[in-house]
Design a protein around this ligand. Structure first.
Ligand code: GDP
Length: 331
């Protein structure tokens, strides 16, 4: 976080070659655009900065760069940009030749690291929808090896790169974004701990805390996540938010028709119940409960009430800390 700019929001940069899919990712994840509509997007040709904090819990910014940035252009203050960045997402088109992309990646990562060694480097091997499973693994192995070899050759093997296989045509892009964002949430261990306590005292199998706008899950309990469960949660949020948007009551443009009363229950055909409840203006809890445990819904609701209070405290503390920092930096 850059004290100079007086900002305490973690910032995410989205970079990559032209046509690698950056605008599509941003539109699909944060603006609910359907993947097919991205076919008609104009390619990114300017640096655009978007603040997603007004509509979403996760307060971060996306800088969408054109592919060909000239680091030697004196009008481009990359140092200032990298200094305030929490995570740099570099998008590589897996359906294209990636030699040039890897060259750019190397240049960008080494520049960024010099300015700010604390940046998380997140590599999205993107558009993998066109590849078979074997092919995906093979691509990832190859890109991973080449990128790390380049770093080793430059004597920079201490730089850590994380890799994700992504596509806007399935949930993998949301899953990858969730992981990237989670690394930037300082309260994550506290949230996980609260979720663990909540599920073990309520007979719940699994619980996620979701940002309802982006469908990024910002935390879950410590049991493993399987993709199918995650996808079901995304579908459930879509149903609740879509129905609310179409038929719900909004009080004079106050954003989403989503409030304290918002909740949904779906009985699945495998004796599991999905339960969604509002936590804050931006967050929802989605849990999976066995039917027999759901008979004690009173207990679940009571525990949920305690959980919600705790969450509010966690974030109130965060707001206070931010305000204090701001005051200090203004002195
Ligand atoms: P940008 O220049 O990096 O912003 O790239 P765009 O977002 O304009 O995307 C370029 C093209 O890639 C568009 O035609 C998108 O429809 C396509 N695209 C983006 N993401 C994916 C993906 O996950 N899979 C496939 N098959 N195509 C994608």
């Amino acid at each position: 976080n850059d004290p100079l700019s007086g900002e305490v929001k973690p910032r995410i940069l989205l970079m990559g070659l032209r046509r690698s899919g950056k605008s599509s990712i941003q539109k699909v994840v944060f603006h609910k655009m359907s993947p097919n509509e991205t076919l008609f997007l104009e390619s990114t040709n300017k640096i655009c900065r978007e603040d997603v904090s007004s509509s979403s819990f996760v307060s971060f910014q996306i800088w969408d760069f054109p592919g060909q940035i000239d680091f030697f252009d004196p009008t481009f203050d990359y140092e200032m940009i990298f200094r305030g960045t929490g995570a740099l997402i570099f998008v590589i088109d897996s359906q294209d030749d990636y030699v040039e992309a890897l060259r750019r990646l190397h240049l960008t990562v080494t520049r960024a690291y010099k300015v700010n060694p604390d940046i998380n480097f997140e590599i999205f091997i993107h558009k993998v929808d066109g590849l078979s499973d074997d092919h995906k693994i093979e691509k990832q192995r190859d890109i991973h090896k080449r990128a790390n070899d380049d770093l080793a050759d430059a004597g920079l093997e201490q730089i850590h790169l994380s890799f994700y296989l992504t596509s806007i045509y399935d949930h993998s892009i949301f899953e990858a974004f969730s992981k990237v964002v989670q690394k930037l949430i300082p309260q994550l261990p506290t949230l996980e701990n609260l979720l663990n306590i909540f599920i073990s005292n309520s007979g719940i199998e699994k619980a996620f805390l979701f940002d309802v706008v982006s469908k990024i899950y910002i935390a879950t309990d410590s049991s493993p996540v399987d993709m199918q469960t995650y996808e079901l949660c995304c579908d459930m949020i879509d149903v609740v938010i879509d129905i609310s948007c179409i038929y719900g009551v909004t009080d004079s443009g106050a954003g989403l028709p989503y409030d304290e009363e918002s909740m949904a229950i779906i009985h699945l055909n495998n004796t599991t119940v999905m339960y969604l409840k509002e936590v804050t203006k931006f967050l929802a809890m989605v849990c999976f409960v066995r039917r027999e445990s759901f008979e004690r819904k009173g207990l679940i609701d009571y525990n949920f009430h305690c959980f919600k209070n705790a969450i509010q405290e966690v974030f109130d503390v965060r707001v206070k800390v931010q305000q204090n920092r701001k005051l200090l930096s203004q002195r």
